[in-house]
Design a protein around this ligand. Structure first.
Ligand SMILES: Nc1nc2c(ncn2[C@@H]2O[C@H](COP(=O)(O)OP(=O)(O)O)[C@@H](O)[C@H]2O)c(=O)[nH]1
Ligand SMILES: [Mg+2]
Length: 311
């Protein structure tokens, strides 16, 4: 292999060491599981260290999920933190051990002055979850965001998935640099009106039929789930594609994008598409052609930016 090729492949396979810390029961293992499987999986207590490798948006993350019980903090955290390419600190937003969490946060990020920090206020689905403002104040997080390294603050639920991909898209962009920021090529867009049971589809690249079938199946399977809740987002990862489903009753948008594309960007497109489409649906003017025109007019780059794939 030529050295250029080798360099390209090395770049692609490069692993980034992400260390996940936080007090016990903050939701660290649940987060790792959601990254691995795109769903909520009940956990058992982590003793010691849990190593996992996960590919997220073409980036190999080697995740080190460290036990949060006090005995592990001094023993395990320090050597891992020193080598980390990024630090993820997870807080249980409903946990009353605020000063203990604050101490653990500040002590650990000081072990590595350069690594970007992703601060996650988890479990926002719980009724007892403290507001983000309170958390920012209690942990003095504005002081952290004023430092020279990138610091991202996100409130998420690893259980319901709310804001989950916003946080990890941020991390992916920060870890690999600006190159991949917000890259999102739409392959297929599906718009559904649950009131009239109408479905409009527009296909922009030659997806293999079996892949499209797989996605259509996933969509019909999730449709029942989708109707139960009025709004939200789901991400289904299949082979090397992602299906991002954004719902806001009565409209549901399904976007098929590449596995390395930004979920957050696609979510923004879906939300804007819903707003623009809803008026012409009401007066019965909507069709797949209108959908295609709308997408080409508003998001030409997101459709054509990357070269067509050979699949
Ligand atoms: N309600 C709720 N529970 C969560 C969430 N994330 C994790 N949990 C639960 O919190 C408990 C501890 O989670 P776990 O991932 O094992 O915590 P860890 O000790 O930090 O690894 C488990 O029962 C999880 O199911 C969340 O976002 N919302
Ligand atoms: Mg754990």
């Amino acid at each position: 292999m030529s050295s250029i090729l080798r360099r390209i492949f090395k770049g692609k396979d490069q692993q980034h060491q992400i260390v996940i810390i936080g007090l016990d029961s903050a939701g660290k293992t649940t987060i790792v599981n959601r990254l691995l499987r795109s769903e909520f999986i009940p956990t058992t207590r982590t003793l010691g260290v849990n190593y996992r490798t996960v590919k997220y948006r073409q980036i190999m993350f080697s995740l080190i999920d460290l036990g949060g019980q006090e005995i592990y903090r001094n023993l395990l955290w320090q050597p891992s933190l020193e080598k980390a390419d990024a630090i993820v600190f997870v807080l249980d937003s409903a946990d009353l051990r605020i000063s203990e969490a604050s101490k653990a946060f500040w002590e650990s990020i000081q072990q590595n002055e350069n690594a970007p920090v992703l601060f996650i206020a988890n479990k926002i689905d719980l009724p007892g979850a403290r507001t983000f403002d309170t958390i920012v104040q209690d942990l003095d997080l504005t002081r952290a965001t004023r430092s020279s390294r990138p610091v991202g603050l996100f409130r998420i639920s690893a259980k319901t998935g709310e804001n989950f991909y916003d946080a990890f898209d941020w991390l992916a962009d920060v870890v690999v640099g600006s190159e991949s920021v917000f890259k999102c090529k739409l392959r297929t867009v599906i718009l559904i009106d649950l009131d009239s049971h109408k479905i409009w589809t527009t296909k922009f690249s030659s997806l293999k039929n079996e892949i499209l079938d797989e996605f259509n199946r996933s969509i019909s399977e999730t449709m029942h789930e989708l109707m139960k809740e009025p709004a939200g987002m789901e991400v289904i990862i299949a082979s090397d594609l992602q299906l991002v489903v954004v719902k806001n009753h009565p409209l549901v948008v399904g976007l098929i994008i590449g596995y390395s594309d930004s979920v957050v960007r696609s979510k923004l497109i879906a939300e804007r598409l819903m707003n623009t489409a809803s008026s012409s649906i009401e007066i019965g003017e909507f069709s797949s052609d209108v959908l295609t025109k709308l997408l080409k007019r508003q998001w030409p780059l997101d459709i054509y930016k990357s070269k067509p794939r050979s699949d």
